[in-house]
Write a protein that binds this ligand. Structure first.
Ligand code: SF4
Length: 667
């Protein structure tokens, strides 16, 4: 137990050597070959040497590095592009942002840089460019992680992005060996038979080779590997089961970094019980009761439970090593037990020095115990941050508590902020229409006023789609049931069993579609936990309501521990409020997706107003500047556009995969 991958090399694949860290002095030295007087100018020249410009009107587009086209031939802005031969793919602020990121990491020599970039900043491109500039200057490589596979696919299809390769988990690719063609790689014959030799394994995936292993081989020499967080976590934490084999690189860039804490929790937390651990439970003494002290629970996990887990795992591994053709079920069981062993190893090495919560439950007549650490920074350090010599964390919302939560030392952290390019006058956040508190004890009193206010706003915005953030199914249902019939008939309730499906159907429904059932309305969508990951472009949402502040649940053991004045030396209100601040800013961002978009957001839960007034420091500037701003009434108006017709509103984009689903790739 307790064997961890060493920093640098993860897994058995020794084709991929770790990048040697580049010192600030070495970096400055390398910069001397670029034109410019100052470090900033030289970094800017390096950015220009790889940032693409596009020849106007050519089909297919001709693309060149910016530095190889005369400045006078390049349009200064996209708006003027028709008057010039070339236009640049920079958006406003992008060039100077990349320069600032590189300067923070290598001139100011910060180990970590936090990039706060609101929607519209072109965050993916900023991250891509930062990794490529580091490669251009140092020759070292980088990882880029985006949380969603849909974003990885977009990068795959982007014709302007060179020298980048995407890799996802094995289950996303199909075997090409004639014996098992079409089977998912994680179920293919090479997984079940360890002696199986496949001639496609080392072959390039674009030249008929294995779509997964061939791709991984190709990726090891590429300067920029784009993948998801699960894949990188699995790469270091369970190298045998993940079979990724990447070593650490110079720069690790993590997009949507606000979710990293809950993400890592899915990797290190674990559940014990007959429905969670595939072993023979008759061989184990009964599980400890809720009243048992933690020491005896630890002893039971270490001695009783792990004895049976290791026994089963050794039996399966010896079968695999002896060339026995494993069934799919046995292969899955072996992978699952390997993951479990690693999680328990983390737990046993950690629990005597750090507090873990344990929650006893009974599910479908079977007992289970869930274990979670209170803080996850040390695990992030071990499994994620260890894969980059330098770290770039990017998000539209980075709270002050992030540095400590992520396990960073504040003195090693630099910060770069990009201003919003979306005019605040087109995205007002209105705080003057609140109706009362939606906290547990006040909710019943507030609910009738909340439903009336949503109905009034829906009437005001007749003919325009609107999105309501409800926070829980119980609140969404209560709002729905209290709406007056004329608005209720235009309202759709998110389906708990088919979240994405119900959203898709609402998006595609004509705005004035009516029906007496909760899955029929076309104007209003009562959503639950859709603050992140969806894009409600243009007519998909001209108005939004945030009906409930989204604070962490006090019933959650981790939350209650942090908020208990006796366990933490005082309740951690700053952390608690920062979670609600992130969720609010993310929710507000759903409706305003481009410079030309517009959307009006109403905060109806009075707790949201208090949250903003008392904690301005937790909010990003782009958010605060829109709060009760003087909005442009000629644009943000029910009279602007809208439709009474039965025309469908065109759907622009949504994510189709939740973070949980991606994590399920591995855990
Ligand atoms: S290495 Fe790839 S192509 Fe070969 S059997 Fe395995 S999954 Fe199929």
């Amino acid at each position: 137990m307790g064997t961890y991958p060493s920093k640098g090399m993860f897994g058995a694949n020794d084709n991929d050597q770790p990048d040697d860290p580049v010192t600030s002095e070495e970096f400055k030295e390398s910069l001397s070959s670029y034109a410019g007087e100052t470090y900033e100018e030289r970094i800017g020249a390096a950015v220009d040497s790889l940032w693409p410009v596009v020849k106007n009107h050519d089909e297919p587009p001709v693309v060149k590095p910016r530095s190889s086209v005369s400045e006078s031939d390049i349009s200064p802005t996209i708006a003027d592009k028709d008057e010039y031969e070339w236009f640049q793919s920079y958006r406003e602020h992008q060039r100077e942002t990349v320069v600032s990121v590189i300067k923070s990491l290598y001139i100011e020599d910060n180990d970590v840089t936090l990039l706060s970039a609101p929607t519209g900043a072109g965050k993916s491109l900023l991250i891509y460019a930062s990794v490529m500039v580091v490669n251009e200057i140092t020759g070292n490589r980088g990882f880029t992680t985006t949380p969603l596979n849909t974003l990885i696919d977009q990068i795959d299809n982007d014709e302007f992005l060179d020298d980048v390769i995407t890799v996802k988990g094995r289950n996303n690719y199909s075997c090409v060996h004639p014996e098992d063609a079409g089977t998912s790689v994680d179920n293919a014959i090479c997984q079940r038979d360890s002696n199986f030799e496949c001639q496609y394994k080392e072959q390039h995936h674009e030249r008929g080779g294995c779509p997964y292993y061939g791709r991984v081989n190709a990726a090891q020499s590429k300067p920029n590997v784009v993948t998801n967080l699960s894949y990188l976590m699995a790469n270091s934490m369970i190298p045998d089961a993940a079979d990724a084999g990447f070593s650490s690189r110079e720069l690790l860039a993590v997009d949507e970094t606000q979710g990293v804490e809950s993400f890592v929790l899915m990797f290190v937390g674990f559940t014990v019980g007959p429905n969670s651990v595939p072993i023979d439970w008759d061989k184990i003494d009964s599980m400890p009761s809720e009243s048992a002290d933690m020491d005896s629970v630890i002893e039971w996990v270490e001695d009783d439970l792990m004895r049976v887990v290791i026994e089963k795992l050794e039996e399966l591994e010896s079968k695999s090593e002896s060339g026995f053709m494993m069934s799919q079920k046995q292969q899955d069981q072996m992978d699952e037990l390997r993951r479990f062993r690693q999680r328990v190893s983390n737990f046993l090495d950690d629990v005597r020095n750090h507090h873990w919560t344990r929650t006893h439950n009974t599910f479908a007549g079977s007992e289970k115990i869930e274990f979670e650490p209170i803080f996850v920074g040390r695990f992030l350090k071990k499994y994620l941050w260890s894969q980059g010599n330098k770290i770039l964390c990017a998000s539209a919302t980075i709270p002050p508590s992030f540095v400590e939560e992520a396990g960073f030392d504040d003195s090693d952290v630099g910060r770069v902020e990009v201003p919003s390019t979306f005019p605040a006058e087109r995205r007002p956040v209105i705080t003057t229409e609140d109706v009362g508190k939606m906290s547990y004890h006040e909710r019943d009193k507030t609910m009738p006023k909340m439903a009336d206010q949503i109905a009034r706003i829906a009437d005001l915005w007749d003919g325009h789609k609107g999105f309501v953030h409800c926070n829980s199914y119980s609140i969404a249902e209560k709002i729905y049931n209290r709406l007056p019939n004329d608005v209720k008939n235009l309202t759709r309730l998110q389906d708990g069993d088919d979240r994405e499906g119900s959203l898709d159907e609402w998006m595609e429904a004509p705005v004035n579609q009516t029906g007496v059932h909760s899955d029929e309305g076309g104007q209003v969508f009562l959503s639950v936990a859709m603050d992140e990951g969806i894009s409600l472009d243009d007519d998909l949402s001209r108005w939004q309501v945030v009906a409930k502040a989204s604070y962490p649940h006090m019933q959650d053991e981790r939350v209650s521990y942090r908020m208990d004045k006796d366990t933490m030396g005082g309740a951690d209100w700053s952390w608690y409020s920062s979670k609600a601040a992130i969720n609010l800013q993310q929710a507000v961002g759903r409706g305003m997706r481009s410079k030309d978009d517009w959307c009006c957001t109403y905060l109806l839960d009075s707790s949201l107003i208090t949250l903003i007034e008392r904690n301005k420091y937790l909010f990003e500037d782009w958010f605060l500047e829109a709060v009760d701003c003087d909005y442009d009434a000629s644009v943000v108006s029910p009279e602007n556009g809208g439709s009474d017709s039965t025309e469908e509103v065109s759907r622009k984009s949504t994510s189709s995969q939740s973070l949980d689903e991606i994590a399920d790739d591995f855990f």
